[in-house]
Structures are given as structure tokens and as C-alpha cells.
Write a protein that binds this ligand. Structure first.
Ligand SMILES: *Cc1c(COP(=O)(O)O)cnc(C)c1O
Length: 439
């Protein structure tokens, strides 16, 4: 059922004569998004006291409110204060509490931006912010700083700057469209953009990160899917956080995308009092894989301003991973990551499985607590790699062009480079050495 009683009631409060075709029209949903407390109260019948309403007003002045009628219809009104959808969609005054360690731009996305709209953090891929708007303002948004800035979808001339950047950087093989929500663009504009990006010879894949299947599943129309299909290989990542978000409508949207041949992934954020429970997470990942969505990342909540009430200790995430590894299908298990404050990128975190190690044995433990040993080979001959494929007996010559320089920890492991340590730029001991030499 795509139009249930709650939805009918909400629709009739928005417009007396609302047809099912209106409800399922994504533009109707956007036009009628709920962005004031008054409208929220009118539609849900929920009523806040005077004091709370004033606090909420202050909160929404700083971090605006916007909920699609569809997503609003998922809230359990009789128990709304504990409802995971309510908590993600409707703010609370705790958002105004900022902590000293919180940052406006914790991931330094703006600092790592060579041109407007592009964050270039990793060697071979870029994040391209193609829209500044979303259909629903998630209260846990990591880009909370930008929410409610003048809403805009960049003009083609602005997007062109990002396209030019990708075109002039041949190492970029993967372009991730993000935002805001890229699916806030019209089909026409999105097609223009995809056409431009996919015609760049060195771009191998494009990805779209969107929360539409969760908060506005009617955006996934047949027309959109048939347009997107022209730009394969196109990967799509969405953002379900709780099993309650998997509904008839969202399943239908996911089925359209999966049938369109897009590999689907999901990025969840670990949120206190929403999904910080191994059982909820397990149910979520099971529902995702039933709908052909592969759990991709589980994010530790970022240090953005106004998110302190959502943050859990990292131990909670490790506990959840412990409850998934071995306990359920390997492909149902996301990678738990912490996006490094300051712009270091995503760092994967796992429980420890290696217990000990000697020259020829590794001691490991499994999910049941069984301790086992793996005997390492006696006869393995380490291959010296000086990155000269012509002199190597492995049957794949990698041209120099395809191999960028080794960087980071990989460099410490490499044979061709004699770097033995990585040293922070402001190392006091080494600064002393320099002075010593000068004297
Ligand atoms: C997450 C992210 C990516 C993509 O990372 P993957 O691990 O490849 O999914 C790229 N750029 C930025 C800035 C990111 O935050």
C-alpha cells in the first residue's frame, strides 16, 4: 500500500482535494514540505508547550526545518519522542549546544577544495557538490553548516568549473556526485552533467550519493531511471539509518534502481537513540540486502556543530561490528569508518582478530571466541618490486602512466623507495637537528 490512512490524512490536511497522483509526485512533495512548527503541529496533531516551542523556534532559526510529507508520514505520532524518523527529521534544542571541539567544517571539505564545488582528498577520486539543497534536512547532517544557506542549485556555468577540474586532472577516475542531494537537479540538468562527466576519457565510473529513496522515494521515476541507465557504470549510494525507513514506497524505489542495473550501496550514520543497537543494525542490514542494497559504510557521527546529542562512543560502533562479523552474511556488513577530523579521510575501524604472531604462525580468534593458528608458508620468496614490470614474472605489465607514485604507509612497505619513517611536519626533535647543522 503506497497510500495508507496516515498518508491520506496528511495529504488532506495539506490540500483538501489531494489525489494519490499528487502524493506520488515528487515535486508536489517538495512544494508541500513542512518547514514550520505550526504546520508540523497542524498536520501531525502533535502539540508542543509554549516554552518548548520557543526553544524550537530558536533552533530552526540556526538550523532550518524541512520534512517531506512522505517522510513525516513514517513518524509514530503516539510515541514520537522515541521515534527514529522524528529524531532524524525534527530538531531539538540540544542542537544549539556547541562543544569546544566541534567544528563548522570538521572534515575540512572547504580547505581541500581546489575549485568551487569540488573536494579533492584522495588521489584518484573527487567529491563534486552539485546541489546545495536536499528534500529533507537531516538533523544529523555533517554539512549542517551549509543547510539553509541560500538554497541553490548551481548554474551550469558554476558546475562547468567542477567539470573542467575533473577534465584537467587525469588521475581522477571516479567522480562522486554529492550535495545536497544530486537528485534535486531536474532530469535535464542531471543528464547534461552526466553527459559532460562521462565524456571525459579518464573518468571510469560515476557515483551518486542520494537520500531520495529514504525521504522522497517518488523521485525515483521510470523516466529518471531510463535516463541514468545511459551513463553506466553508475553506482548509487543511499542513506538508510533505521529499519522503519524501509517501506513499500522505498522498496519500490530501490527495485527500480536495482532493475536499472545500478549497483546499490548504503551509508548509515551511527546515531545515539536512533540506531545505536546491534539488533537494530542487524535488522537494517538484512532488510537492505533483501532489497539488493549492499551496506557500504557505517559512519561514526562527525564532530560537526550541533550534533553532540547524536554522538556515541566509538566503542558502540565496534560492538555493532562485533555483532555482525561472522554472525551474518559478509556482504551484509558495512565497513565502520571514522572520517578523520581535519580532512584525513575515512579510517576503517574493526574489532581485533589477530591475537598474536610469530615468524611462522599467526594466532587469530573468530566471532565465537575460538582461537586458531594459521601456519605461514616456509617457502614464500618475497618478490623485490622496483616497479619495473618488464623484469617481473607476473603476467601484467602496468604502464608507468597507470601507476602513480607510492604515498603514505604504502611507501614504507615499498621496496623501491628507501623512506624508513613518516614524520609530522612540526617534529621538534628534527627542527632541533636542523638548527644543530646550521650552527
Ligand atoms: C567519502 C569520500 C570520498 C569517497 O570515498 P570512498 O571510500 O571511495 O567511498 C571521496 N572524497 C571525499 C572528500 C569523501 O569524503
Amino acid at each position: 500500500m503506497i497510500y495508507n490512512n496516515v498518508q491520506k490524512e496528511i495529504a488532506s490536511k495539506i490540500e483538501i482535494e489531494t489525489k494519490l497522483s499528487n502524493w506520488k509526485d515528487w515535486r508536489w512533495q517538495l512544494r508541500n514540505s513542512i518547514s514550520t512548527i505550526k504546520k508540523f503541529e497542524h498536520i501531525t496533531g502533535i502539540c508542543f508547550g509554549k516554552e518548548e516551542r520557543e526553544e524550537l523556534e530558536r533552533t530552526f532559526e540556526k538550523f532550518p526545518l524541512s520534512i517531506t510529507p512522505y517522510y513525516l508520514s513514517l513518524i509514530d505520532r503516539d510515541n514520537f519522542r522515541n521515534d527514529p524518523v522524528f529524531k532524524q527529521a525534527f530538531g531539538c534544542v540540544e542542537e544549539l549546544t556547541t562543544k569546544s571541539f566541534e567544528l563548522e567544517d570538521p572534515l575540512s571539505e572547504d580547505k581541500d577544495s581546489p575549485v568551487e564545488g569540488i573536494t579533492h582528498r584522495y588521489p584518484d577520486r573527487v567529491l563534486f557538490h552539485v546541489s546545495n539543497v536536499c528534500s529533507m534536512y537531516c538533523r544529523h547532517c555533517t554539512r549542517k553548516r551549509k543547510v539553509g544557506d541560500v538554497d541553490f542549485i548551481p548554474r551550469k556555468e558554476q558546475l562547468q568549473k567542477g567539470i573542467d577540474y575533473v577534465a584537467s586532472n587525469p588521475q581522477v577516475r571516479d567522480v562522486l556526485l554529492s550535495g545536497g542531494d544530486p537528485l534535486m537537479l531536474s532530469d535535464e540538468k542531471l543528464e547534461w552533467l552526466l553527459d559532460k562527466i562521462t565524456s571525459i576519457p579518464h573518468v571510469e565510473i560515476v557515483r551518486i550519493g542520494t537520500r531520495m529513496p529514504v525521504v522522497l522515494p517518488y523521485r525515483i521515476t521510470d523516466k529518471l531511471v531510463s535516463m541514468l541507465k545511459k551513463y553506466h557504470p553508475l553506482w548509487i549510494n543511499t542513506h538508510f539509518n533505521h529499519p522503519n525507513e524501509i517501506t513499500t514506497s522505498s522498496k519500490e524505489a530501490l527495485a527500480k534502481l536495482a532493475d536499472g542495473g545500478f549497483p546499490l550501496g548504503n551509508q548509515s550514520v551511527l546515531l545515539a537513540d536512533v540506531n545505536d543497537c546491534p539488533r537494530i543494525m542487524k535488522m537494517l542490514v538484512h532488510k537492505l540486502v533483501q532489497n539488493r542494497v549492499r551496506p557500504y559504510y557505517l559512519y561514526q557521527c562527525d564532530l560537526s556543530e550541533g550534533l553532540s546529542h547524536f554522538r556515541t562512543p566509538i566503542g558502540k560502533g565496534i560492538e555493532i561490528m562485533e555483532s555482525l562479523v561472522g554472525h551474518t552474511s559478509g556482504f551484509a556488513r558495512p565497513t565502520y569508518v571514522i572520517d578523520a577530523p581535519g580532512g584525513g579521510g575515512k579510517i576503517p575501524v574493526m574489532p581485533n582478530y589477530i591475537i598474536s604472531w610469530s615468524t611462522n604462525k599467526v594466532v587469530l580468534r573468530n566471532y565465537e571466541g575460538v582461537i586458531t593458528t594459521y601456519k605461514e608458508p616456509d617457502s614464500y620468496k618475497p618478490k623485490m618490486c622496483d616497479r619495473d614490470c618488464g623484469n617481473c614474472n607476473l603476467e601484467l605489465a602496468i604502464s608507468e602512466k597507470d601507476e602513480s607514485e607510492v604515498i603514505g604507509i604504502e611507501k614504507l612497505l615499498s621496496d623501491e623507495c628507501d623512506t624508513i619513517s613518516l614524520i609530522p611536519g612540526d617534529n621538534e626533535r628534527l627542527t632541533r637537528r636542523e638548527h644543530h647543522v646550521c650552527d
